[in-house]
Design a protein around this ligand. Sequence first.
Ligand code: UT7
Length: 324
Amino acid sequence: MTDLTSVIIGVGGYLPERILTNDDLCKVVDTSDEWIQTRTGIRQRHIAAQGELTSDLATAAAKAALANAGIEAGSVDLIVLATTTPDKTFPATATIVQDKLGIRGGAAFDVQAVCSGFLFALATADSMLKSGLFKTALVIGAETFTRLLDWSDRTTCVLFGDGAGAVVLRAEPQNKKKPGGVLGHHIRTDGSKQKLLYVDGGVSSTGTIGHVRMQGNQVFKHAVTNISSAVVEVLEMTGHTISEIDWFVPHQANQRILDGVGRKLGIDDAKLVSTVELHGNTSAASIPLALSTSVSDGRITQGDLVLSEAMGGGFSWGASLFRL
Ligand code: UT7
């Protein structure tokens, strides 16, 4: 490893125009606004328009992040895109975004870790920048996740939404006295739990896209435990404590999970960034979307210490600590 760190120099997000409310969903399945809000905290979610692809959402978020960083797309030499809902089986959606941004050099590829995808993509890009392999990276989480839903299954269709978020990372010399940028990650998977959250289709198994299937209450139990242990690991690894955290930007699956993790770890409610009410669960997009929302509304500012975590299908889970 070199003495480089990767600094987040820009963040951006994009949400499709169409909003689907809980009341709209009551016309589709046997549910209620009261059940959805009480059990999940979700009030509405955004839905991509017909013909609007994951790469379109990702490109819009990437453009917003580049504008926020004040740099041209041409200086990006790495794109790592986390998605479960690629435009096509191949090529990687990241390469489609590379083309849409007019970038003609470097490398672009996808990462698949479902709702933990953004943290896996961030860890991947961070390692590549710190090793000196690339200089400037776009790390994107983008999903048209509602295209994986079975709209007759009330246990899943009320939970998810579409969206994209992105950060621009740049390799810079490390300030040894006050380390900044991406400070550490802890990412893990456990394939033995795949039956609790999966899609019942795939290229090599059924030749179909399939639909999301989840035993929600089982996932819920594992989520709080796995996320809390990942946070403890990343804090130990980086030598920080919970009380030093300025902002907690978790994956947005369920307000009850956010509150449960916050309580277990002793995180002050005022430090929690929650967008689940307005966005639903946007899978790999939820963390960078929440980050971009809280940077653009002025809550998170330069120098703040930010803790992030996620848990998703696989199971996959992780935590990241960075200074903006
Ligand atoms: O981001 C990836 C990771 N995913 C997650 O982290 C999701 C984790 N799980 C959850 O967020 C929650 O488990 C859910 C929101 C999915 C479900 O909440 P729950 O409190 O765990 O409910 P439950 O699954 O135990 O179901 C309770 C009842 C059931 O009825 P009975 O069997 O008690 O009669 C369900 O059939 O709620 C019923 N139910 C609904 N009722 C109205 C399930 N979905 C709905 C619905 N509307 N949409």
